[in-house]
Design a protein around this ligand. Structure first.
Ligand SMILES: Cc1cc2nc3c(=O)[nH]c(=O)nc-3n(C[C@H](O)[C@H](O)[C@H](O)COP(=O)(O)OP(=O)(O)OC[C@H]3O[C@@H](n4cnc5c(N)ncnc54)[C@H](O)[C@@H]3O)c2cc1C
Length: 456
């Protein structure tokens, strides 16, 4: 199926199958970008509907078998759907909220769809679901990339070595793509909504149905994302470059869960930063994280051979050197249960793990430390990798994301350079407790980690 696919000139929309002319509706399967503004997939579907003279249906499916999802992530997801419902009603577009297996539900739309528009996916599990869903459709499938500013293949045709190789390409291309996020007017007929469930009723929908990971205080949805963005721009952005790396400062945006669920787009955040004043060091810092680093992660997950083991994707120098040190003695080895329960000898690490358990997110600097220590305290590289993926994807609201695998991979040397050789890590960068206490007020971090559980 892939062989016949055609990418449009801009690189944003991939036609997997041309429409045959049959079918009486355009269906946008909203699967990765749960928002009604700054959403290139939705706008593509609006244009397809206007052009073809067919009405548009937006379809969102609640599949309780979604890989690695649980009560925490489903609640956040359902809160996002409440805003989608309101936003689509304002734009005069019908919403179908269906519950069941993706493949089964989508197959019900195959006969009547003139075109199926879907959100591009980067992780293997989600790409697999797309492939299976597409089998039911004889014609008319277009995949659009709604969640990156520069479409991944337009930015680069290969797996990049690091931020330094992607940065010049993406910086040059970014201005060209901002127009893709503009809203188009829907001129078609307003069909009726079809709702299998009320997304605001998440407690009832989820009770006893999915793994019970306690929800955190952070509420999902585009409205909450926009409010958090406004607060970030007013209070944190003016010192973002200087303070975002400090775990005690509370200076990061906390927008990653909303980016992960597509409740907000990078374009909207960047637009806000630009409106806050002429480009300065804070603009450069947000561009570096939100566009360069985040889209490097998408580049990595799309082109990586596999994400099953770090040895499938880390650079050769890192793989050789980690293997050479696999037999090194570990001073501490913790079981997955001890790590999960934040029961190690290291109070800073425990605080980071506590943040993950309660807030669903760890401060960026502490997330690096968290990962590095799991390598130091595990029997071997594979055990460390699987522990990190398990904990991150189970508890982090922004988990199961290209950034999850790129961030975890970075702990094993991905996108990094060699350092002086040492035990366990070989030439892979090491992080020490001393480094934390020298640079930051770590007692203030601990206080913050154990108290503030809702982002401000
Ligand atoms: C072991 C490990 C695991 C990680 N797991 C995840 C994950 O599951 N999900 C996730 O979104 N990020 C992950 N990261 C990357 C990073 O820590 C988070 O993106 C960041 O902390 C999110 O917080 P924020 O939104 O407040 O970031 P801010 O500092 O406010 O940055 C704004 C946005 O820029 C992007 N960004 C920031 N730092 C990075 C980075 N280093 N790499 C890529 N993009 C970045 C994020 O989209 C973020 O929301 C991980 C990093 C490590 C070391």
């Amino acid at each position: 199926m892939r062989g016949a696919s055609v990418l449009d000139k801009a690189g944003r929309a991939l036609t997997v199958k041309e429409p045959s002319g049959s079918g009486n509706v355009v269906v946008y399967w909203m699967q990765g970008a749960f928002r009604v503004s700054h959403n290139p997939s939705l706008e593509y579907a609006v244009e397809a509907a206007n052009r073809s003279g067919r009405p548009l249906i937006v379809l969102a499916v609640l599949d309780l078998g979604y890989p690695e999802a649980n009560a925490r992530s489903f609640k956040f997801f359902l809160e996002g759907l409440v805003d989608v419902r309101e936003g689509l009603a304002r734009r005069g577009i019908a919403l179908h909220l269906r519950k069941g297996k993706f493949e089964k539900i989508l197959a019900e739309y195959a006969a009547e769809a003139y075109t199926l528009v879907s959100d591009a996916a980067y992780l293997p599990a989600m790409r697999g679901i797309r492939e299976r869903v597409y089998r039911s459709f004889e014609s008319g499938i277009v995949e659009v990339e709604p969640n990156v500013l520069v479409p991944v293949k337009a930015a680069s045709g290969r797996m990049e070595y690091g931020a330094y190789t992607l940065r010049p390409k993406i910086t040059r291309l970014a201005p060209i793509y901002e127009g893709d996020f503009a809203t188009r007017e829907y001129r078609g007929e307003r069909l009726d909504d079809e709702l299998d469930f009320d997304p605001s009723d998440h407690a009832r929908i989820l009770k006893g149905q999915v793994e019970d990971v306690p929800p955190c205080g952070t509420p999902g949805g585009s409205g909450n994302a926009s409010r958090l963005l406004g607060n970030f721009l007013e209070r944190k952005y003016p010192t973002f470059a200087a303070r975002r790396g400090d775990p005690a400062a509370q200076a990061e945006s906390d927008l990653s869960p909303y980016l992960h669920f597509g409740h907000i787009s990078p374009a909207q955040i960047l637009e806000g930063a630009r409106r806050a004043g002429p480009p300065n060091e804070n603009y450069r810092a947000i561009f570096e994280q939100l566009i360069v680093r985040r889209e490097l992660a998408h580049n990595f997950t799309l082109y990586a051979k596999s994400l099953s083991s770090p040895f499938d994707f880390i650079p050769g120098w890192a793989a050789e050197s980690l293997k050479a040190h696999e037999g090194d003695r570990r001073e501490y080895v913790y079981s997955l249960g001890e790590l999960e329960g934040a029961r190690t000898h290291d109070k800073y690490w425990n605080a980071a793990q506590y943040e993950l358990l309660t807030k669903g997110k760890i401060h960026n600097y502490m997330r690096m430390y968290w990962g590095k220590k799991i390598i130091e305290w595990s029997e071997g590289v594979e055990e460390a990798y699987h522990a990190m993926v398990y904990l991150n994807n189970k508890y982090a609201l922004d988990g199961r994301d290209p950034n999850s695998y790129a961030g975890i991979g970075w702990c094993f040397g991905l996108h990094d350079r060699p350092f002086r050789e040492r035990g366990i890590f070989g030439k892979v960068r090491y992080m020490s407790e001393g480094g934390l206490t020298r640079k930051f007020d770590m007692e203030a971090y601990i206080k913050r980690a154990y108290s503030a559980v809702v982002p401000e």
